[in-house]
Ligand binder design. Structure first.
Ligand code: HEC
Ligand code: HEC
Length: 209
């Protein structure tokens, strides 16, 4: 019954009612704790809006040391309260869910899914650049902003995108923009990512792998 209630709340939030305060509690899960559970109760409702990587097990696993929550960036950012940015700290129950999953991974004999390697291809840049740093704002439902969600969107806007990535800003406005405290509102692309992007443009923006 309790689980059904929570599922109902998850679907409310997915439809856009902002009720993350209702996520203070998670059901007690006996055994079989897996990525899907962590995603359903924490990463999906609280993180994916800012971090596309939080929707991809392989990319989440790059932030985890199996068996060792306190060495795992995923856990330390949450335990310190730095994440979720701009929202209440996770409850002790929610933190325990994340830490139990990390501990359980130590006994997981399946190899972790492989994250997409950073290389000058659209498939790679979609994950490492656009979904990580841009499409939480530049998407098809944003009315005033160009979308960078698809290959065609990106090609249409390529000159403006190149300009921002080359100089980090235009007319004094950086991309990703800063919040009121002066922190970037999305992860800033690293030099390596910008370099892969430039190589992709120089090679004629191939669409395939
Ligand atoms: C309102 C936007 C926002 C929300 C919501 C948010 N974050 Fe973040 N997060 C950021 C920003 C901005 C950074 C800083 C990125 C940087 O400096 O590269 C960051 C950095 C991180 C980092 C360290 C950098 C990395 O890529 O590993 C982790 C881990 C992280 N967040 C986890 C989470 C988790 C887990 C949640 C959900 C419980 C979450 N965040 C919710 C904006 C957010
Ligand atoms: C947190 C939201 C947010 C993120 C993340 C973000 N942008 Fe923007 N972007 C904006 C807003 C808002 C504007 C309009 C700024 C203005 O008019 O001064 C904008 C404008 C732009 C423009 C100019 C569009 C035009 O029609 O003039 C480009 C190009 C751009 N962003 C590229 C990027 C790139 C590339 C990334 C990822 C590296 C990115 N942005 C990440 C919010 C965002």
């Amino acid at each position: 019954m309790k689980i059904l209630m929570l599922l109902f709340l998850v679907s409310c939030v997915a439809k856009g009612t902002n009720e993350s305060a209702l996520f203070r509690s998670v059901p007690t899960i006996e055994g079989g704790l897996n990525f899907a559970t962590v995603q359903e109760f924490i990463l999906g409702p609280q993180c994916v809006g800012c971090h596309a990587w939080a929707g991809d097990e392989a990319l989440v696993r790059t932030r985890v040391v199996p068996g060792n929550p306190s060495a795992s960036r995923l856990y330390t950012e949450l335990a310190s309260g730095r994440m979720p940015r701009g929202a209440a700290k996770l409850s002790p129950q929610q933190l325990k869910l994340v830490s139990d999953w990390i501990v359980a991974l130590a006994g997981d004999t399946n190899p972790p899914p492989q994250p997409i390697e950073l290389k000058p291809t659209y498939a790679s840049l979609k994950v490492h650049l656009f979904e990580r740093s841009c499409t939480m704002c530049h998407n098809a439902s944003a009315r005033r902003l160009p979308s960078f969600e698809t290959y065609d969107d990106v090609v249409d806007e390529i000159e403006d995108i190149e300009y921002y990535l080359e100089f980090g800003e235009a007319d004094g406005t950086p991309m990703p923009p800063l919040d009121r405290d002066g922190n970037p509102r999305a992860p800033v692309p690293t030099k390596e990512i910008v370099e892969a992007f430039k190589q992709w443009v120089v090679s004629g923006m191939p669409k395939g792998e």
